[in-house]
Design a protein around this ligand. Sequence first.
Ligand code: ADP
Ligand code: MG
Length: 236
Amino acid sequence: MTTTTATSTGLHLADITLTYPDGAGRLTALDHVSLSVPAGTITAVVGPSGSGKSSLLAVAATLITPDSGLVNIAGTDTHGLGRDELTALRRTTIGIVFQQPNLLPSLTAAEQLQVMAHLDGRSPAKARVRALDMLDAVGLADQAERRPHQLSGGQRQRVNIARALMNDPVVLLVDEPTSALDHERGAAVLDLITTLTHRKATATVLVTHDRSLLTTVDAVAEVHDGRLTAPAPARA
Ligand code: ADP
Ligand code: MG
């Protein structure tokens, strides 16, 4: 019935509306939101608390099905996919970095990453090599055997980012990665995410309420009451 003109790379959200139950009525969290993020670029989404940023990421991650609108990930239209197909699509194409790292206290940094590769059916030896490689990419080559309590907040967030990149996602979704960090460490984490986006050619959406950190991103869109402005170049 519908035809999409989405390209075969990147992330494309078209005319997304999402409502939640709210007492007797519905609360509109996303109101006809459209967003295209080409591969190898990073778009920041800024807006006040409660404006719909996390809802936008949840829809892009296919964790929530919107009331209407289309989500296209690297040419795959998610509309009509079943639960198992969505799970497989997420595992192979989407990396998610939540606000809280959610690292397992008993595992070393390398093991946190190896778990992801195990889910993807890789051999333990290959998973180990890949994990060390990704820790190196986020500047933690010498911290591989440390457990979360032996790492700083910034280092834990780097492990979180490395873990999201383990399975080579085409889409990287990052929710307020710097909220627990001071300005300097926040800026360094943002720098890292931008560098990895360009190097790994991910289509990255980064949610933040801290505009002052957005010096390295490719575009910035604002969300207010579920409505999104068209992304503008960050340094226009
Ligand atoms: P942000 O991440 O920008 O703070 P959210 O996407 O979390 O915003 O929330 C957008 C709006 O949707 C808010 O009004 C919030 O209270 C509401 N909301 C978010 N999640 C739910 C939910 N699961 N059920 C009902 N309302 C929700
Ligand atoms: Mg949020």
